[in-house]
Design a protein around this ligand. Structure first.
Ligand code: GLV
Ligand code: MN
Ligand code: MN
Ligand code: MN
Length: 420
């Protein structure tokens, strides 16, 4: 028994295979600048899912999908009745995304499955790799649809009427086409008991790289809220309408934003405020817009501060709209309260790192992840690896090969640590 344990402690993943798989998936939706554009439920997303399913079937694993197109790769356990340990991330990307955001976690999880298979290591419990649907939320908001539906055991009706931001395709049609593109996957129910969930991800920030630490052990995820602001005025002729007589929603929006940025800064250095998308209707050069919409993404580790930020935003936007004789509506389109991971699983990851002599930093995640939702139904945890200049959601996103390999070995060690 002691010998078996020592052998397990030394078990390593196949780094070359992991890097080759990262390259293969990065080719699906590759952009000229070395990044990836593989947005959720597109043909490219289907291609990536198809490739993962093929690799899985080639290794003798079983492939499943659920009604929201979460993809699962199962390696059986000695006792198939036990709830599986889930490991994974997502395969969709930002429109100008990098090669690692999502893919690293999904392919590291698959590499762990292959390593266990290579060494003929049986586990009591089944282990499943998961690629969650639409983590990014760019083409259809909100993000984390797959894990959110899994955790709440339902697909909200309003998702089925969503329209893609890029090509206007309907969510329900794209979901259906994605499910049909993988006939080799067995359909299963939306949710099932899970023993635990572990996700590897790039840090998407500079902390690990700055400190020269290869592994981040994530203790929780800060809260995120998305708002959609819409300011309505009156469209009119750009040449004939005097400035004093306009109800110009863009003027109101600019004034609002001019006050919002400085209002958010003094709150707390941890506060985040981003306007990522804006649109003017009808969008003609020579017409005052009828309406202006913009999105707001706010983040903070404390729920109270998030509430405070949202109230400030509401007050400032309404005042700016009134000043220009316009009307504003503010809709919350996404609300993710902060999550704390359970001590037991975080400690297990600490022991796994010690066993492998990895130096680590315990940290909070600034980005949201599927682990936030999975944490509601099973003990969940995350492993971060450094990325160059802390850059992510950018085509230049880069992870040193040795850091990808270390993150994957850390995942393997964590899996062996928490399995009974
Ligand atoms: C996820 O990609 C996020 O925006 O945190
Ligand atoms: Mn991600
Ligand atoms: Mn992302
Ligand atoms: Mn993300």
């Amino acid at each position: 028994m002691a010998e078996e344990e020592t052998a397990m402690a030394k078990l390593s993943i196949n780094g070359e295979r992991l890097l080759a798989n990262l390259d293969r998936f990065a080719a699906i939706g590759a952009t000229e600048k070395g990044g990836v554009n593989r947005q959720a439920l597109t043909g490219l997303d289907r291609e990536a899912r198809g490739l993962l399913a093929k690799l899985a079937i080639d290794r003798g694993f079983s492939v499943f999908q659920d009604p929201v197109a979460n993809l699962f790769i199962r390696r059986s356990g000695r006792d198939e009745r036990l709830a599986p340990l889930l490991i994974g991330s997502h395969l969709d990307s930002q429109p100008s995304g990098g090669r690692f955001d999502g893919a690293l976690g999904t392919l590291s999880a698959f590499e762990v499955l292959e390593t266990l298979e290579d060494f003929g290591i049986e586990t009591e419990r089944p282990i499943e790799v998961v690629a969650f649907t639409n983590e990014e939320g760019c083409r259809f908001a909100p993000g984390c649809m797959g894990s959110m539906a899994f955790a709440s055991r339902s697909i909200p009706d309003n998702w089925l009427h969503l329209v893609a931001t890029d090509d206007g395709a309907g969510f329900a049609d794209e979901l259906d086409a994605t499910l049909k593109s993988l006939p080799e996957a067995t359909m299963r129910d939306l949710s099932f008991p899970v023993f635990a969930y572990i996700e590897v991800h790039i840090e998407q920030g500079p902390s690990l790289e700055k400190q020269g630490v290869p592994i981040g052990i994530v203790t929780g995820i800060q809260g995120t809220r998305w708002l959609e602001v819409s300011i309505t005025g009156q469209t009119a002729h750009a040449g004939t309408t005097a400035l004093a007589y306009r109800r110009d929603p863009f003027h109101a929006a600019v004034n609002a934003l001019g006050s919002l940025f400085p209002a958010m800064m003094p709150l707390d250095p941890a506060a985040r405020f981003t306007v990522g998308r804006t649109a003017l209707q009808p969008g003609a050069v020579n017409a005052i817009p009828q309406s202006v919409t913009f999105t707001v993404d706010i983040r903070h580790p404390s729920l109270e501060t998030l509430d405070e930020m949202e109230s400030k935003i509401r007050a400032i936007v309404h005042e700016a709209a009134m000043d220009q004789k316009c009307e504003a509506t503010i809709e919350q389109i996404f609300d993710m309260p902060p999550a704390n991971f359970q001590d037991d699983i975080v400690s297990a990851l600490g022991r796994a790192a010690q066993e492998r002599d990895f130096s680590t930093e315990r940290m909070l995640s600034g980005a949201f992840h599927d682990a936030l939702f999975m944490n509601r139904v099973a003990p969940s945890a995350m492993i971060f690896v450094p990325c160059r200049d802390g850059l992510s959601h950018n085509e230049a996103e880069h992870v040193e090969p040795e850091h990808s390999i270390a993150g994957c070995n850390m995942l393997l060690a964590s899996v062996l640590q928490i399995l009974p």
